[in-house]
Design a protein around this ligand. Structure first.
Ligand SMILES: *[C@@H]1O[C@H](CO)[C@@H](O)[C@H](O)[C@H]1NC(C)=O
Ligand SMILES: *[C@@H]1O[C@H](CO)[C@@H](O)[C@H](O)[C@H]1NC(C)=O
Ligand SMILES: *[C@@H]1O[C@H](CO)[C@@H](O)[C@H](O)[C@H]1NC(C)=O
Length: 354
């Protein structure tokens, strides 16, 4: 009897050990492969409050500026997050840029000083207490993208990027209202790796090749994973998809990206959140087109709008998006924080799927 128990304990230990070993020895390519099991978060509050920000990792100043763009947006974000007691950040990617001569794209490793300088040292108060649900942008792939996943898994899970494809479910309020978030890596759907000749994109090309993500089969597999998750989450009151590249107007409807909108519309995604273009824009849901397309990519850099939106800030504006979800509606507002007196420049609502 005793030896039988010992045997069981040994087997369990062995299984535990091998699982742990497999985790720590994961190949860097494995780190970015989609995770099937959803991450679950429960909230007692009657509503969820969150900021969507993208393209925030540029520390530089513009000529004549004393306060860098990134700090202007961070300060306004902190004010909003404090006021609403925000629950989390939806981070649409491009976490680390080249900010000055001699700087590098993305991060090189989990020890890169940019973790503290560009992220922890900038976002304070409530912003430093809540998780940042992250997707990878192209500038993250221009360097060691798996180091960002490694950082999340082994150093600080508040920077939430357990893979570049994952699902996160939030339940809130007395009725445990379910919100599903499908976080996707749009880089392999946006870039045709055979075309990536420019020097700054070589690492992106090399990693896509090394992970086998340059083949058309890999792209089909990822699209199938996205559709499988959309089907699995049909019991959610809200389904949101988050990716780096936008699907508004002419901005990113290219290569395999064109396959996403039909999937989202078929499976009644409530909204898609993106960044990449350094602007604040929206394409509204309308009759026959049930998805709201948000673009929030003005966290530290600004540029002209991309054509084809229903609303957008004027060219060259900084800012972010703030949203509140309750049992009946999601309200949102875009905040322009170019100047030191941030202001709400556009607001609206998104209705649940049922
Ligand atoms: C990239 O990051 C991974 C994960 O932290 C690490 O194993 C690898 O050595 C890094 N690559 C380079 C070239 O430094
Ligand atoms: C990718 O780029 C190559 C070279 O320009 C081209 O031949 C190929 O058709 C492109 N693939 C797709 C799916 O657009
Ligand atoms: C949800 O928010 C909307 C807009 O702020 C408000 O009108 C409505 O009463 C709220 N519903 C609940 C159940 O709190």
């Amino acid at each position: 009897m005793k030896s039988c128990l010992l045997y069981v304990v040994l087997v369990v230990l062995f299984i535990l050990l091998t699982t742990l070993t497999i985790n720590t020895d994961a190949l860097t390519g494995d780190l970015v492969e989609p995770i099937d099991k959803p991450f679950v978060e429960n909230y007692q509050n009657k509503e969820l409050n969150f900021i969507t920000v993208g393209d925030w990792g540029y520390e530089g100043t513009e000529p004549g500026q004393t306060i860098p763009n990134q700090y202007r947006v961070a300060e306004a974000m902190e004010t909003w997050a404090q006021y609403y007691n925000d629950d989390f950040i939806v981070n649409t990617g491009d976490n680390f840029y080249i900010s000055y001569a001699g700087d590098h794209e993305g991060v090189t490793s989990v020890d890169d000083p940019k973790w503290n300088r560009v992220w922890k040292g900038v976002y304070k108060g409530r912003l430093a207490e809540i998780p940042w649900y992250t997707v990878a942008g192209n500038h993250d792939w221009y360097n060691n993208v798996t180091a960002q996943v490694d950082y999340s898994l082994n150093y600080d899970s508040r920077f939430f990027l357990p893979s570049t494809f994952y699902v996160h479910e939030s339940y809130f309020g007395p009725d445990k209202t379910k919100v599903a978030w499908i976080h996707i890596d749009t880089n392999l759907l946006f870039y045709n790796s055979t075309d990536l000749e420019e020097a700054d994109k070589v690492l992106l090309q090399q990693q896509l090749k090394r992970f086998g993500w340059d083949s058309s089969q890999a792209k089909e597999d990822k699209l199938k994973w996205i559709e499988d998750k959309l089907i699995e989450q049909q019991d959610s009151k809200w389904i949101f998809v988050v990716g780096h590249h936008p699907l508004i107007g002419l901005c990113a409807m290219q290569y395999y990206m064109v396959r996403l909108r039909p999937l989202f519309e078929k499976h009644r995604v409530a909204a898609y959140f993106s960044g990449h273009a350094h602007t604040l824009q929206i394409e509204l849901a309308k009759l026959g087109q049930p998805v709201t397309y948000f673009l929030s990519g003005a966290g530290s850099r600004m540029e002209d709008r991309c054509p084809g939106q229903d609303w957008g800030v004027p060219d060259k504006v900084l800012g972010f998006l703030h949203s509140t979800i309750n049992d009946t509606v999601m309200t949102y507002e875009y905040i322009d924080s170019t100047s030191l007196e941030p202001k709400v420049v556009y607001k609206g609502v998104v209705y649940p799927r049922y």
